[in-house]
Design a binder for this molecule. Sequence first.
Ligand code: FPP
Length: 234
Amino acid sequence: MKPCEHLAIIMDGNGRWAKAQGLPRSAGHLAGADNVRTIAIAANELGVKYLTIYAFSTENWKRSKDEVSYLMKLPAYFFEKYMKEFLDRGFRIRIFGEMDDLPKATAAVLQEAIDESKTNTGLSLNICMNYGSHREILLAAQQYARDVASGKASLDLDEQTFEQYLMTKDIPPVDYLIRTSGEQRISNYLLWQIAYAELCFVKESWPEFTPDVLKRCLEEYNNRDRRFGGVTNE
Ligand code: FPP
């Protein structure tokens, strides 16, 4: 079995974790951001090459103004605290999502992280920020239509060409998708990219998702039989 190259995570349960400790929801998001660093390092050590995390969805704008504002400030906290270490470890930061619609300061921090790490060849830490899969596919279709209209693209569209219009164009499909905190939903996440991914739902909330839990999940992945629509080799 090929090891998991591309791991995607839906980091759910920050709010419930905070509530259970008698803390505000923001404390859950802060603990969640710190845990991104812990899990990125652990995933890298376990051989993962691409780690894609759902930090803010196109639907998350519906949350209270205070919570949205807090989540928008987290990238500044996160990169100020951890970027040097990420660079030392050779991590590359990619952002998937519409950055133009983020507060200017948030977009600037994210752009700086992309620029500073763009020649790195280690773990690709892909942060989905103002990301939604329907929106990603729609934007791709619109750009493709424009390219056909201007004569840049042919009407014979195949899957490989369409993938070049997605935000994830430079990276392989998702091998394994983990969602924390017991919910069993995909929530508009990487719908194209998870076509053949294995799925894993764990009860731990995101702040409780430790490197040991990650290891357990990856061991489970290694025992799965991925057939991609074919038949088993046994
Ligand atoms: C879902 O839990 C979590 C989010 C919507 C935000 C996730 C963001 C982080 C972990 C911070 C990452 C930030 C950076 C910059 C890397 P929830 O709040 O919906 O939890 P609940 O379902 O218990 O309320």
